[in-house]
Design a protein around this ligand. Structure first.
Ligand code: GLN
Ligand code: ZN
Length: 768
């Protein structure tokens, strides 16, 4: 009999209960015991849900109060010295100090006041962020948490047998970084493995039959030495595990050149991602050792679409035919952490589209149905199969999804419409003449503080308590106030302040055809933070102008230049749930065309500078280096499609947040934006190096004001940064701006900071 399996379940709760409880705990509104109780309830509810769906391999220790990688650091005692940890089990104040820095308050030990948090970075190519483990050259490890065993026993006490999940030792080390001396993290493996051996022994003793060890790094580019480390690790762990069976989980991609390594590990079961890489099944089946079980991830753990049962059954049946049902596990591609929790809580969704969706809870049911189908025959799940078939058919043919006009327009895109009329040098001359800006022009990145007043008005408008007209009036007063302030500060290029936007992607999602906003489609982004990405379900086009009204009104309030403000196609794509029935590149092209229409509309309405933000270009990079060029090609083309339809005199800006630019600088240059603003202040202008080495020809605004900090930067500090930029760039290339938008800052911080920034630009003008 095939085994219904799950790899992990969202821990935030169907109504974000975890977020609420943790934030209350941080602010001292509840005690630790109450927080623990909420966590226990969430775990119990999740386990029961999985049991009810017929899942046999139910994960435990997939729960986390903040992040599973941080949990692993705590488990092995990888606590950097600055947290002054006692060396016993990692207590909650040390744990949260590592997560958030010593911010003071009840949950943080007094000794860590003011100490910085662990660095946070993206978990592979998802929008989840993990805390980067830190190691010293002489790092010692010791078992410092009983969490895996505790949670296993907690489930057992509820009568539920679970499969504890651990982040594998090799991935854990590869995901970390070393301080001070640069050492190969894998040189720490011999010291780390005894801790894992101890955990495995404890789990075995507690009665566990299976343990799931996640090694997602097996889908990355690895060196021969790194592949060897997997071999050594699992030779050792499997020996110690004895009767405890290890399911080794890989996900997020094709194993490719690591496939041989993965199948040769002496583990009891291997999990592969057949959503991202269905084509790897044959090769894995060919090479899988005779005893090994194969866990096939056929349900998409990262998206919101209902599974196509026919496609999955094809893969499942192929597997069973080759290795037998006894050796087959059926599950999600990866942990369901990256899916929203429960579609049943979406009461306002379009009823037709809702039929095409599945959140984590529904995905469990799908796993249950597919497993039952192959174990007990089609008849046993006839209704579910018929219903699924109908949903797939409806989605394939629905006029909601398919628009002939959009498809035709995409097909007609040619190279020539991706190009501006003239090359940058010629545009530059025309723009200098018509825009009349001083040297070192000053501007901001777009948003101004999103005050409580703005949030309240937006919420009231959403609920229908504030009429459209009153809301519009309110937004106009915000715009007028932001402009008055910018004029007083002496800025050269003004913005309208983005008060109308809840979020830079959600706002456009609401305005575009083919997008759907959800009520409850929350997924964890990091710690207690969740995001609610819009769903792209169909062909995309503009319903009408999206921002023009605001920019036009803003321009009418001032004689200064007003910059129009848009989000770029790649960023909108990256931060949405995307269609799985066409390539990402095609969806992105459709967004590109819609943004192009808006850009041209802004130009026609008299706006002469337009910024198209693309902070997500770099994070869209594929996991494997060999796939980069293809991605960068279409990503750049989509930006150009959006931006190139204007006259030479219209100045196109783009903006990117903190990024490593070195290895994508060619693509950045290919965007051919007249001006790019980047986040550089915290790196002390080091991020400019990539542009300098490349001899980047267009204009750049290296951020001089760190908007992540409440600190007001002094004139001198910003002047120094600008001098640094001046050392390596031509004066005509340099713009003066903050690192990013100001929406998270307070007016008291923004006002003096921007005044200082303008002063710094003025004093630089006098010097050159
Ligand atoms: N224009 C956006 C803002 O100012 C840019 C935000 C971003 O880069 N993440 O908020
Ligand atoms: Zn930014």
């Amino acid at each position: 009999m095939a085994i219904a399996t799950n790899l992990g379940f969202p821990r935030i709760g169907a109504h974000r209960e975890l977020k609420r409880a943790i934030e209350k705990f941080w602010s001292g509104k509840i005690e630790g015991a109450e927080l623990l109780e909420v966590c226990r309830e969430l775990r119990a509810a999740n386990w029961k849900l999985q049991q009810a769906a017929g899942i046999e391999h139910i994960p435990s220790n997939d729960f986390s109060m903040y992040d599973q990688v941080l949990d692993t650091s705590a488990m092995v005692g990888a606590v950097p010295k600055r947290y002054q940890w006692s060396g016993e089990t990692v207590d909650s104040s040390t744990y949260f100090a590592m997560a958030r820095g010593g911010k003071g308050g009840k949950s943080v030990a007094a000794s860590t006041e003011g100490v910085s948090a662990l660095e946070m970075t993206k978990w592979f190519d998802t929008n989840y962020h993990y805390l980067v483990p830190e190691f010293e050259a002489h790092q010692e490890f010791k078992l410092s948490s009983t969490k895996p065993v505790d949670e296993y026993l907690e489930a057992k006490a509820l009568g539920i047998e679970t499969r504890p999940v651990l982040l594998g030792p090799v991935s854990f080390l590869l995901l970390g970084k070393t301080w001070e001396e640069q050492i190969d993290p894998l040189s720490l493996l011999d010291r780390l493995l005894p801790v894992y051996e101890e955990v495995l022994s404890q789990l075995k003793e507690a009665g566990a039959e299976w343990v799931q060890i996640d090694e997602p790094c097996l889908v990355l580019d690895l060196t021969e030495a790194q592949r060897k480390a997997f071999q050594q690790t699992y030779d050792r762990l499997c020996k110690i595990a004895g009767g405890l069976k290890i399911a080794l989980a890989t996900y997020f991609g094709h194993l490719r050149d690591n496939l041989k390594t993965a199948v040769s590990l002496p583990v009891a079961a291997l999990h592969i991602d057949l959503v991202r890489a269905p084509e790897q099944l044959d090769e894995v089946l060919d090479q899988l050792p005779a005893e090994t079980l194969l866990s096939i991830g056929v349900i998409d753990g990262r998206n919101i679409w209902k599974n196509d049962f026919e496609k999955s059954l094809f893969l499942i049946e192929k597997t069973i035919n080759r290795i037998g049902s006894e050796r087959t596990l059926i599950g999600p591609s990866c942990s369901l952490l990256h899916s929203p929790v429960d579609l049943d809580n979406e009461t306002d969704l379009d009823v037709e589209i809702k039929q095409w969706l599945a959140y984590a809870k529904q995905k469990l049911q799908e796993i249950g149905v597919l497993t039952q189908c192959v174990n007990q025959g089609n008849e046993s799940v006839a209704n579910a199969l018929a219903e699924n078939h109908a949903a797939m058919e409806a989605r394939r043919t629905s006029p909601k999804v398919h628009r002939q006009d959009v498809k035709e327009r995409c097909a007609s895109v040619t190279e020539s419409i991706l190009k501006r009329q003239s090359p940058y040098v010629d545009r530059y001359k025309k723009q200098v003449k018509t825009l009349g800006l001083p040297l070192f022009p000053t501007t901001t990145i777009g948003s101004f503080p999103q005050t409580n007043e703005i949030r309240k008005a937006r919420a009231a408008h959403k609920k229908g308590e504030l009429s459209d007209a009153d809301y519009e009036e309110f937004l106009k007063t915000c715009i007028a106030r932001d402009i008055k302030y910018q004029e007083e500060a002496g800025l050269d290029v003004l913005v309208h302040g983005e008060a109308e936007r809840n979020d830079m992607v959600e706002y456009f999602g609401e305005q575009l055809e083919g997008f759907l906003a959800t009520q409850n489609g929350w997924v964890q982004s990091y710690g207690s933070r969740c995001v609610k990405p819009p769903i792209i379900f169909g062909d995309i086009c503009r319903k009408g102008p999206m921002t023009i009204k605001w920019s036009q009104y803003a321009q009418s309030c001032t004689n200064k230049l007003m910059k129009g403000m848009l989000t770029g196609p790649v960023t909108i794509l990256q931060w949405s749930f995307v269609r799985d029935d066409q390539p990402r590149s095609e969806t992105c092209q459709q967004i590109g065309l819609a943004i192009r229409d808006e850009v041209q509309g802004l130009e026609a309405s008299g706006i002469r500078i337009i910024q198209i933000d693309e902070p997500a270009v770099r994070e869209g990079l594929p996991l494997r280096r060999t796939d980069w060029d293809a991605y960068l090609k279409w990503a750049v083309d989509c930006f150009r499609l959006a931006s190139a339809g204007v006259r030479d005199e219209t100045q196109i800006h783009t903006h990117m947040c903190y990024s490593e630019f070195n290895d994508i600088i060619e693509a950045i240059a290919a965007l051919d934006a007249d001006v790019i603003s980047i986040e550089t202040s915290r790196s002390n202008m080091e991020l400019l190096d990539a542009f300098v080495q490349y001899k980047y020809p267009n204009e750049i605004g290296p951020g001089v004001y760190d908007i992540h900090s409440p600190r007001v930067p002094t004139v001198k500090w910003m002047e120094d940064l600008l001098e640094k930029a001046l050392d390596v760039l031509e004066p005509q290339q340099i713009w003066v701006n903050p690192d990013c938008g100001l929406k998270t800052r307070k007016w008291e911080e923004v006002e003096p900071s921007l005044k200082n920034m303008v002063e710094a630009a003025k004093s630089l003008r006098e010097k050159v």
